[in-house]
Design a protein around this ligand. Structure first.
Ligand SMILES: *Cc1c(COP(=O)(O)O)cnc(C)c1O
Length: 402
């Protein structure tokens, strides 16, 4: 069998090898998928997860599974985190984090623009548990500071945020959180660990939807929370194991397979997105392009400081969004008119401001609405630039804009 690795590894080697070793029984080089829900134990095994040490023995797949564990080790290595806990989806991870970190009578400060399901959950469900939520534009440090209360226990940000691609300064918010005695959680799905390592900038928890860039192929839902073992061991017991939203070993295997090429893919996504953004900026029908890798991004300096890779997400506006959306859905030949993002296939979707402001995003101040309008106007196309040839993507957009 292979010898243990004795030297520090680069990102691409980590993506391929972390968490994996040849199978000790068969010598298989690729990981096995262990689908078994239960494991034969000795007579001393306990029946409660209480008292269970992390991965001491495999007992029941909701408590822990060898294939899911391999994925968790690989993700922790890529994020340089102590521990990872995988979930059935990004929302599974997010709901677990909120339920674990917040109790009745406490307060959280949350990005006023974030993934729609999180926005909707924190508009209704979480406040019904007697947990107070304040939504602020987290790109404004003053807005966050003003929202802090004596019982604030969590600051939750998303950077770049979905769908605006507006950024938040993680290191600065980390300082505010520490001074307030609150934890900082960062949804880093759009940035990925290749661009940004929030834990090194002062965050306590990092969340990814594995459905997006980390899995990368649009065929497996998954989510993960990363952070310190002291935080995540109790979180695993209380949420993954007891609430039950755990990842299927089959999905873990697919996501692990996708991760082998993750750094290569991210470089190609960013390369393609830069070319497509440049094309769109020069197109007479396009009013505004937002891409963190272009100097036209309103927070380009922060993007350069905080993102080593500008990722593959961009937004743009045209004069009549709804009409162009119908044209794209009919005329695009390569790019799929579909939700989701981070896949090898390019995906585009129109987000109408009026609809989103009615369903998901609640703004308390005129400044919040002004910030939304500066990034999104009346509506934006969110384009997840895939791994096709950039020239083909540009040709496809050109013919469908005409
Ligand atoms: C997609 C997404 C989620 C939710 O992930 P699912 O896997 O779809 O549950 C959360 N945050 C961001 C930023 C996302 O893009």
């Amino acid at each position: 069998m292979s010898a243990p690795i004795s030297f520090p590894l680069g990102e691409q080697t980590t993506a391929i090898h972390a968490g994996e070793t040849p199978d000790p029984v068969s010598g298989a080089s690729a990981p096995n998928i262990v689908m078994s829900t239960t494991f034969v134990t000795d007579a001393d095994a306990g029946f409660s997860v209480e008292g269970m040490e992390e991965n001491e023995n495999w007992i029941y797949t909701r408590w822990g599974n060898p294939t899911v564990h391999q994925l968790e080790v690989k993700l922790a290595a890529l994020e340089q985190a102590e521990t990872a806990v995988a979930f059935a989806s990004g929302m599974g991870a997010i709901s677990a984090l909120l339920l674990h970190t917040l109790k009745a009578g406490e307060h959280a400060v949350i990005s006023d623009v974030a993934y729609a399901a999180l926005a909707e959950m924190t508009n209704e469900m979480i406040p019904q548990l007697n947990i107070a939520i304040t939504k602020v534009d987290t790109s404004s440090l003053e807005a966050i500071e003003q929202a802090i209360r004596p019982n604030t226990r969590l600051i939750y940000i998303e950077t770049p945020c979905n769908p605006l691609l507006r950024l938040t300064d993680i290191a600065a918010v980390g300082q505010i959180a520490r001074a307030a005695g609150a934890r900082l959680a960062v949804d880093s799905t759009f940035a990925t660990p290749l661009a940004t390592r929030p834990l090194q900038l002062g965050a306590d928890f990092v969340i990814h939807s594995l459905t997006k860039y980390l899995g990368g192929h649009g065929d497996a839902l998954g989510g993960v929370i990363l952070g310190k073992t002291a935080d995540l061991a109790p979180l695993r017991k209380k949420t993954a194991i007891r609430l039950g939203g755990v990842l299927s070993p089959f999905n873990a295997w697919l996501i692990m397979r996708g991760l082998a090429t993750f750094p290569l893919r991210m470089r190609a996504h960013a390369d393609n997105a830069r070319q497509v953004a440049q094309f769109l900026e020069g197109h007479p029908q396009v009013k505004q392009v937002i891409y963190p890798g272009r100097p036209s991004h309103p927070q380009y300096e922060l993007a350069r400081r905080q993102m080593k890779n500008a990722s593959g997400m961009l937004t743009f506006q045209v004069a009549d969004g709804p009409a162009q959306a119908r044209k794209f859905a009919e005329k695009l030949q390569i790019i799929h008119y579909a939700v989701s993002l981070g896949h090898h296939r390019s995906l585009i979707f129109y987000l109408n401001s009026q609809d989103l402001l009615a369903s998901s995003f609640k703004f308390d101040t005129p400044a919040q609405l002004a910030s939304w309008r500066a990034f999104a106007g009346d509506g934006i196309f969110r384009l997840s630039v895939g791994l096709e040839d950039a020239d083909d993507l540009i040709r496809d957009l050109e013919q469908a804009l005409a």
